[in-house]
Design a protein around this ligand. Structure first.
Ligand code: ATP
Length: 286
């Protein structure tokens, strides 16, 4: 499965330009992490990819065919978890998935439902009403419906928002297993979500793509731009973007990113989070 996004722009009817001349090629198998601050344009891009919105300029190709012509084929091969996903609270998990299976036109709904309930580890909740589930369990139902029918292309928009760390780890493992033979696009602003599982990262900011590559490449791009120092006075922060500050018994220890580190900052190996913050802070400064 291959998606080519060519010079795509999206301006909402109120005049807000959410995406500006985006270009991106996505190919399976891959687990792609789409990172960006709030309002960067991540959800807009995902809505374009599932044909819930039409771009105001540019082209999206699905296996070489324009999306508007391939829309039906795309939807038949797509599992989508939108950011605001409404569940039918009075239905049980199984009843809801049965309904979704019917919408998807699945031939063997029972076996498919059993498989996805197992995949998201919700066997014990299969027969209880959705209204009784915790936030994490509801999110698992959302993921289960996206997985129904084993689609080769999956889009998850902020799937781990509101989950506790243990649930997030469970999801990461699930995504990584899922992506072995598919194209999975995962949008998030939680770096740990992409760090351990994504083979590709796309950073989007102010409606434009600022980086595409592997996590290692993003980390390498920040080498020499990350460091730590003991804060003596606040003027030291000038020209730096402080990413962490810890009060210790010996004083305040700061971590910072900058184009050029001043002599009192001791360089450190960047983490993925440092590299992401460095990229975003540079954009903000421009
Ligand atoms: N229906 C809409 N009408 C007008 N403007 C919109 C609409 N939807 C989104 N926007 C604006 O477009 C920009 C991009 O929004 P989008 O939801 O795609 O960002 P995002 O990266 O998904 O952010 P978040 O992480 O907060 O969900 C924002 O400035 C947002 O306010």
């Amino acid at each position: 499965m291959e998606l080519n996004i060519q010079n795509v722009s999206m301006t909402y009817p109120n005049g807000k330009q959410a995406l500006k001349g985006l270009g991106l090629d996505l190919r399976s198998p891959s687990l792609i992490g789409l990172l960006g601050p709030n309002g960067a344009g991540k959800s807009t891009l995902m809505k374009l990819l599932v044909a819930a919105l039409t771009p105001t300029a540019g082209t999206i190709l699905v296996d070489g065919q324009p999306l508007e012509k391939a829309e039906r084929q795309l939807k038949a091969r797509l599992g989508y978890l939108p950011q605001d996903f409404g569940l039918f609270d009075e239905l049980t998990v199984t009843q809801f998935l049965d309904y979704m299976a019917a919408l998807k036109g699945l031939k063997q709904p029972k076996a498919a439902i059993r498989a996805v309930i197992q995949a998201v580890n919700l066997e014990v909740k299969a027969r209880v009403p959705i209204r009784t589930l915790s936030g994490g369990q509801r999110q698992r139902v959302g993921i289960a419906q996206a997985l129904l029918g084993d689609p080769p292309f999956l889009i998850f928009d902020e799937p781990t928002v509101g989950l506790d760390p243990e649930e997030r780890i469970h999801f990461r493992n699930l995504f990584s297993r899922t992506a072995q033979d598919r194209l999975v696009l995962l949008s998030t602003h939680i770096i740990e979500d992409v760090q351990s599982v994504c083979d590709q990262i796309v950073v989007i900011h102010h409606g434009q793509i600022r980086f595409t590559g592997t996590p290692e490449q993003l980390i390498a791009s920040a080498a020499g731009h990350v460091g730590v120092f003991w804060e003596k006075d606040e003027t030291q922060e000038q020209g730096l973007h402080i990413t962490a500050r810890v009060n210790t018994s010996q004083g305040v220890r700061c971590r910072a990113v900058a184009d050029q580190l001043p002599p009192y900052v001791q360089a450190e190996e960047p983490t993925l989070e440092d590299a992401y913050l460095y990229l975003i802070s540079r954009e903000a400064a421009q």
